[in-house]
Design a binder for this molecule. Structure first.
Ligand code: MTE
Length: 331
């Protein structure tokens, strides 16, 4: 984001021109994994194989069943972005700063075994295996808009459950006011770590009440399948009312704190990327306007930019979290 400032300032290849290399990498045998067809049997197989690599269909992930969500605002009637665009036009700087780098290089990411370390001001700290997290709460499909700070957006059917389901079970202590999330930082498999564009690991943070909001999704899949590696496998956050960089990928650690944590983008450019980073068309980025956005997949020559909505259109659900706050100061 620091390098490629505005979406309009650079010429990107059209997403449909990029062929996911996963297509070339051939299929992995996951048929057995999916033998019973039921979600349960898929979960059972996760421990032993890298289900995130390939599904039974070349280039696709293993199915991840989910029920429709009942959470208010969790579904939109807007058309979902094409799977191909959502999985080949990505930001995942650990694999490079180009939109096409993650799909090209993230196949090296090793997602099994995977665990998430929980520490800080909680009564139940510890190491939580992915398998345990997958079974913690029923999976829901949430169709969210994702608005990137660079001025583009997508609509993605994510699969996961409210992060609050996990946090409740971890029992935060009374003094816990913030939650910090850490992405894996593995030099051996993440070529982007050779660059000093960010102070690795990628760190993000939320206020505890934001983290507990039902819309905040602990995400394991998209389009009814496990997350592709380039989209942050095996587990990431999706915080739909905030700019996309708050939706931290490939989480290995969660820490509960009494103070606001510094975040990776805030450390890189504090005047450009605030802690809150709520989508707000009236608060411009210092180097470009945030009033409009380009919907990926609608980027033909004559496609009109869309008006960006306050809190990315989730104001009715989350506006109350910021009552009385100056959103210009707390950008
Ligand atoms: N998480 C990590 N670890 N590294 C990143 O570079 N990029 C962020 C966010 N999460 C990023 C990250 C940004 S800027 C955006 S817009 C979204 O991921 C993009 O998610 P997507 O590629 O699944 O659309």
């Amino acid at each position: 984001m620091l390098i490629r400032n505005t979406d309009s300032g650079f010429i990107h290849p059209h997403p449909s021109e990029i062929t996911p290399p996963s297509v070339y990498h051939g299929r992995r045998e996951l048929l057995r994994l999916m033998a019973g067809g039921a979600a349960g049997s898929v979960l059972a197989g996760w421990a032993s194989r890298d289900a995130w690599a390939q599904g039974a269909r070349p280039g696709r992930g293993a199915p991840l069943a989910a029920a429709k969500s009942n959470v208010a605002g969790a579904v939109t009637m807007e058309k979902s972005t094409d799977y191909k665009d959502a999985t080949s036009y990505n930001n995942f700087y650990e694999f490079g700063t180009d939109k096409s780098d993650p799909v090209r290089y993230a196949s090296t990411l090793k997602t099994t075994p995977w665990s998430v370390e929980v520490e800080g001001l909680v009564n139940k700290p510890g190491k939580y295996d992915l398998e345990k997290l997958l079974k913690l709460s029923p999976m829901e499909e949430r169709i969210y808009r994702l608005r990137c700070v660079e001025g583009w957006s997508m609509v993605i059917p994510w699969v996961g459950y409210s992060l609050s389901e996990l946090i409740r079970r971890l029992e935060p202590q009374g003094s816990a006011k913030y939650v910090e999330f850490f992405t894996l930082a593995d030099k051996a498999t993440m070529p982007g770590l050779r660059s000093d564009v960010l102070d690795w690991p990628y760190v993000e943070g939320l206020r505890l009440d934001e983290a507990m909001h039902p819309l905040t999704l602990l995400t394991f899949g998209m389009y009814g399948e496990v997350l592709p590696k380039q989209n942050g496998a095996p587990v990431r956050l999706v915080v739909p009312w905030k700019y996309g960089f708050k939706s931290v990928k490939s989480i290995v650690k969660i820490r509960f704190l009494d103070k606001e944590p510094r975040t990776a983008w805030n450390k890189a450019a504090a005047n450009e990327y605030g802690f809150y980073s709520n989508v707000n068309p009236t608060v411009d980025h210092p180097r470009w306007s945030q009033a409009t956005e380009r919907r990926i997949g609608e980027d033909g020559l004559f496609a009109k930019r869309r008006k960006t909505l306050l809190f990315n259109g989730y104001e009715a659900q989350v506006g109350q979290l910021y009552a009385g706050m100056d959103l210009r100061k707390n950008f």
